[in-house]
Design a protein around this ligand. Sequence first.
Ligand SMILES: O=c1ccn([C@@H]2O[C@H](COP(=O)(O)O)[C@@H](O)[C@H]2O)c(=O)[nH]1
Length: 284
Amino acid sequence: MTFFERLAGRIDAVDSVVSVGLDPDPDRLPDHLADRELPRWAFNRRIIDATHEHAAAYKPNAAFYEDPDGWRALAETIAYAHGKDVPVLLDAKRGDIGNTARQYAEVLDGDGLDADAITVNPYMGRDSLEPFLAREETGVFVLCRTSNPGGADLQGLELQDGEALYERVAALADLWNRNDNVGLVVGATAPEELESLREQVPDLPFLVPGVGAQGGDAEAAVEHGLADVPGVDPQVGLVNSSRGIIFAGEEAGGPGDADPDAYYRAAGESAKRLKRRLNRHRDG
Ligand SMILES: O=c1ccn([C@@H]2O[C@H](COP(=O)(O)O)[C@@H](O)[C@H]2O)c(=O)[nH]1
């Protein structure tokens, strides 16, 4: 079964296209976790308990786990998410020469990690992505038009034929999709590009980050982020929010130490609110 078939099943089961970003910034973790052996894992576990009913996927960003304890926290997190039937997309933005890329691809099932999908950087070209593309059951989301303020610096450059670089990336990603496992990363902060890319590559699901803390356009994210993948129902795609969900408890009354239950409940409520907001545009 392809990743997108599995994702469609999950979207259908929870009626949600919300990707909950698990970016457990150590500076923002509640103090009551400080004495835990793996505070990031303890935090993620509570967040997963609070949000899984609304999560189509979890998206841990590798940057928050790149140390020995972090790797263990990530492995526990992925296994726990799977225990709740939620697929995991590792946001690692990989891409390197073939020999190194093969090693990076091992991370998807080596060292106790078992991610279902990964983000990759196309800058080094097809061979740098081949070890990921070849994995028929793994979703591969290619960075196309990113959500950061500098996203257009390179990605918006016009090529000789007038095509923008991000459009060329989308065209290449479409060619690379021989295993029906390729999607694009397109930021919610670039709604016009979201719309035009959806027209250009109607079959490719998008991972759309940038709603919530980055202030992107949630409606455009869901209107254009979802794809009609042939043979797959319902439409597939993911709209991600990380800080806006996992740290929602900070707004609900402080760092979470006075009332940890209320703190994590706020994350669940935030995920549910985003799901409902997005669903208004999915259904309409
Ligand atoms: O274009 C991109 C690609 C990846 N990201 C990642 O998504 C989350 C967004 O976090 P928020 O807290 O919801 O802003 C984070 O892991 C980014 O590295 C992105 O934002 N934009």
